[in-house]
Design a protein around this ligand. Sequence first.
Ligand SMILES: [Zn+2]
Length: 221
Amino acid sequence: MSLQDEIKILRKFFPEPAVNSVLESLHQHQIQLRFSRSRSSKLGDFRPAAAGKPYRISLNHDLNPYEMLITWVHEIAHLHAFKKYGRRHQPHGNEWKQLFGELMKPYLALGIFPDDIKEELYQYLYKSGATNGSDLHLRRLLKNYNANATAMVHTVESLPLNALFRLPDGRVFQKLEQRRKRFKCLCMNDKRYYLFSPIAVVVPIDGQNSNQSVYLTKKNI
Ligand SMILES: [Zn+2]
């Protein structure tokens, strides 16, 4: 996979200003990154390098860009904790949390996060003591951005002809031709045609990412 391809993939999942830094860490630590199917039990995970295998990090493909970045830093903090302490540390204990805080600093400095998330991150990373459950509020806050995080915003006009997309209510549509200003779209659920404003916000259904895992590895660079 070429560097350009890697950047292209990362741009789909991460806030744009974070892409270079994520890529750097991937290469520096030779991490195999996988965008996995959605798992309700976890947002991501980290596996130490073992038996000739690289470090592996997986992230649920359907996290919004802010969640994706925070989960990425969460997992990479596990990697740093592992390198520094081996198995002699609590997975979400003080050693890990301190690294999480350190690693998040450059991203906070980039001004990526909206104010409410930034505030909550500061609370969580630098002010609260125990980690147990204290990120629940942060998680809820992040969920608010599922539909409107800037990197996730797709409008009907931005999709290619015949593209499939989903509305928040779950109905699936196919984008067809433009009629004056609006786009004619076929609802796959009731097989009827609807007219959409070009700036209607929708969730594209990307066959590549919806169910399959996307691997991003250092191979072939
Ligand atoms: Zn963890």
